[in-house]
Design a protein around this ligand. Structure first.
Ligand SMILES: Nc1ncnc2c1ncn2[C@@H]1O[C@H](COP(=O)(O)OP(=O)(O)OP(=O)(O)O)[C@@H](O)[C@H]1O
Ligand SMILES: [Mg+2]
Length: 257
């Protein structure tokens, strides 16, 4: 379970300070696929990056499985990050490494024999449908294939939690569905808890059992996905739903042309 308590994040910069998260309280249960939605700049990435301390909270705390991780440093911090997989919009694979070397990378910190690490990486690639691509370089793969490799790499340390920041935003509809199905399968088979940032309500509806809507750094609504979409309580959520319907109409028009 991930408990986010009274979380605040203030960025101090030359242009003054920016209050990116305000008194955020959220509980993400084991096995959830928890959606974070909101407009651009709402604070979604900042919130999720606080979970693995890529951002340090200004105040408040993050408790994972009963342990307050907010001030973790050194060895504890490394262990925490190793136990949390992360994937991004632009896949962020190492361009100079082959597919197999990318997936082996997180395992290199372990003191296991190379043969064992390689076997594990091959097994992961097989699991995400990328067997046969081991010796290719990222530039030789499609976006969907690169994201599969990134997912395999994120799974290398058997994480209990996976953070996905707009993981399907750069993909076409069909590839998006395939990647979402893969994430769902990982959630169900391996019991990995997922935190999924998306600006697409369709994505949230397809895989998230719960969602939180963030606006200007505040949680304005939270609940079971079906309930939030069927009966939105905040004007922000209604606006997001309206905007989503609009973009669907525009897509249909484009296809008709
Ligand atoms: N390192 C930083 N320094 C200063 N301000 C920052 C920093 N990182 C983020 N911010 C600001 O915090 C706010 C929230 O940013 P964040 O990246 O969390 O938004 P987001 O909801 O993920 O947006 P998007 O959907 O565009 O990715 C923005 O106004 C952003 O400019
Ligand atoms: Mg973001």
């Amino acid at each position: 379970m991930i408990e986010i308590k009274d979380l605040n994040k203030v960025f101090e910069g030359r242009g003054g300070s920016h209050h990116a998260l305000r008194d955020v309280n959220l509980t993400i249960e084991d096995g959830d696929i928890f959606g974070i939605i909101g407009q651009s700049g709402a604070g979604k990435s900042t919130l999720v990056r606080c979970i693995n301390l890529l951002e340090r909270p200004t105040s408040g705390s993050i408790v994972i499985d009963g342990k307050d991780i907010t001030d973790y440093q050194g060895r504890d911090l490394l262990d925490l990050r190793a136990g949390i997989g992360m994937i991004f919009q632009h896949f962020s694979l190492f361009q100079q490494r082959t597919v197999l070397q990318n997936v082996m990378f997180p395992l290199e910190l372990r003191k296991e024999p190379k043969a064992k690490r390689e076997a594990r990486a091959r097994e992961l690639l097989e699991a995400v449908g990328m067997a046969g691509y081991e010796e290719r370089y990222p530039s030789e793969l499609s976006g969907g294939q690169q994201q599969r490799v990134a997912i395999a790499r994120a799974l290398a340390n058997d994480p209990k939690i996976m953070l996905c920041d707009e993981a399907t935003s750069a993909l076409d509809t069909r590839t998006t569905v395939a990647i979402l199905n893969l994430l769902k399968e990982i959630n169900e088979k391996l019991g990995v808890t997922m935190v999924v940032i998306t600006h697409s309500l369709a994505v949230a509806q397809k895989i998230c059992n719960r969602v939180a809507v963030i606006d200007y750094g505040e949680v304005v609504e939270e609940g079971r996905t079906v309930e939030v979409f069927a009966n939105p309580q905040s004007s922000v959520t209604r606006e997001l739903i309206e905007h989503d319907t609009l973009s669907a109409v525009v897509d249909v028009k484009k296809e008709a042309e």
